[in-house]
Design a protein around this ligand. Structure first.
Ligand SMILES: [Fe+2]
Length: 451
């Protein structure tokens, strides 16, 4: 009973299978299921007479021969287990893709499994077409593109010739290290190895490449992982940034020349003010140094730090119009005299506003007596209306002035000065600037006398 059940079940499975099943003995069909008949476009009554010719009639001649050779080859070590895909016209007149498998049998008997892989095959064809289109687009792209695998160039598009003088054919198969500049080779190859090892590195990188004529080409590359021929690879998109780099170098040289010229002017202006007010000798220099140190701690961009340092070195330039006897007067000064002293910020601004500094020097000087709560002068600016450079300069100016001797008072100790900054942190002085300044003096051992 159990045997009968198994046989029934086997018969059901075979007959209802979506795959075509065909058993051939000595070249003739011994059995085939209805799916096989449908696939081959055969009628049941044709089976007895069907030989190899009839069976594969819907196939191309070359394919028929391949199948017969495969079917007749009984050396299992030599022949593949499956064959295909083949295109044929099915029983319903539909063009299908067929895959054949041999699933058992012996010397006389062959059992063939025929599977309709039309969907899969169509997908594959579409994919191939898309790959072809994509490859064509990349090849014709105006941006240089490379595919690198195991340190060697596997693909390069046509435009690479414009970038560094090599035709794609010359590049294929060569190692990437050959095109790196000697001074950067170790760094770039190490990054490449780290990337291969799966370490996270920047996707965008600037570097120099060796042109075929030996000159350096500045490029920015963007690297992404891809699969090429089923093996992991990198697709490298390159941008020529030589012009940008040349421009940056030109600007840096021009800026250095401007800085040098300004430096000389600043020294003259500095001497002018300090000659007039001997009690504040060295004040501007020390304020400039503290301002620069605070700005560096706050990680301001280097460019802005340069501008701040320069502005701080001449921040009291406006005092040249204040008579020396007022500046060095011991004791209390009158209201009108105080008005003159306060006007030094406006005078400083007017003196410098038309000079084309690459930084807002005049504005920093104009704002250095403004206070966060609006109680400062001359305009009563508040909070972020005051530029950060002026907020830093304000704190550095107060700290240096308090800790120095004046004709009308003794120098405050650094503890007293820091107590003033702490007390008015966030009220008169920018909170962050004040905190950085407190940390410098209390924890980082900053000291004017060591400068
Ligand atoms: Fe001042």
């Amino acid at each position: 009973m159990l045997f009968e059940l198994k046989e029934d079940l086997c018969r059901l499975l075979v007959e209802e299978s979506a795959d075509g099943i065909c058993v051939r003995t000595g070249g003739r069909i011994e059995y085939c299921n209805s799916a096989f008949l449908d696939l081959m476009g055969l009628k049941e009554e044709e089976i007895d007479a069907a030989d190899g010719e009839t069976l594969w009639a819907g196939l191309e001649l070359a394919d028929r021969k391949r199948i017969e050779d495969w079917s007749n080859n009984k050396n299992k070590l030599q022949r593949p287990m499956s064959l295909g895909p083949f295109r044929l016209l099915s029983g319903s007149g539909r063009s299908i893709a067929l895959y054949l498998n041999e699933v058992g049998g012996n010397k006389e008997r062959t059992i063939i499994l025929a599977r309709d892989v039309t969907e899969l095959s169509n997908c594959h064809l579409r994919l191939q077409e898309q790959e072809k289109i994509l490859a064509g687009m990349i090849d014709e792209a105006s941006t240089p593109v490379f595919i690198v695998q195991d340190g060697r160039i596997r693909f390069a598009n046509k435009v690479v010739f414009d970038l560094f003088g090599y035709c794609p054919e010359e590049l294929i198969g060569t190692g990437i290290d050959r095109y790196l500049m000697e001074e950067e080779k170790d760094r770039i190859m190490q990054l490449y190895q780290e990337r291969l090892a799966g370490k996270p590195i920047k996707k965008r990188l600037e570097m120099g490449l060796k042109h075929k004529n030996g000159r350096r080409v500045e490029v920015e590359i963007e690297v992404n992982l891809v699969s090429y021929d089923g093996i992991p690879a990198e697709i490298v998109v390159m941008h020529d940034i030589t012009a940008r780099k040349d421009m940056e170098a030109f600007q840096a040289r021009a800026l250095a020349r401007i800085r040098a010229a300004f430096g000389a002017t600043i020294r003259v202006l500095n001497n002018l003010v300090e000659a007039k007010d001997p009690y504040t000798g060295g004040h501007q220099k020390r304020v400039a140094d503290l301002s620069r140190t605070i700005a560096t701690e706050m990680e301001l961009p280097a460019e802005r730090i340069d501008g701040l340092r320069l502005a701080a070195e001449i921040h009291d330039i406006g005092k040249i119009i204040v008579p020396s006897e007022i500046l060095s007067k011991p004791g209390v000064i009158s209201e009108s005299e105080w008005g003159l002293v306060k006007n030094h910020v406006k005078v400083g601004y007017e003196l410098l506003k038309d000079i084309e500094f690459p930084w807002p020097v005049a504005e920093i000087i104009y704002q250095h007596h403004e206070r966060m709560n609006g109680s400062g002068y001359p305009r009563g600016l508040k909070g972020e209306q005051i530029i950060i450079e002026a907020r830093i300069l304000a704190v550095a100016d107060v700290v240096e002035a308090m800790s120095s001797h004046r004709p009308y008072r003794e120098a405050h100790s650094i503890e007293e000065t820091m107590a003033e900054i702490e007390k008015n942190k966030g009220i008169l002085y920018d909170e962050k600037v004040a905190e950085v300044c407190l940390k410098l003096f209390r924890e980082k051992d900053y000291n004017f006398s060591r400068r």
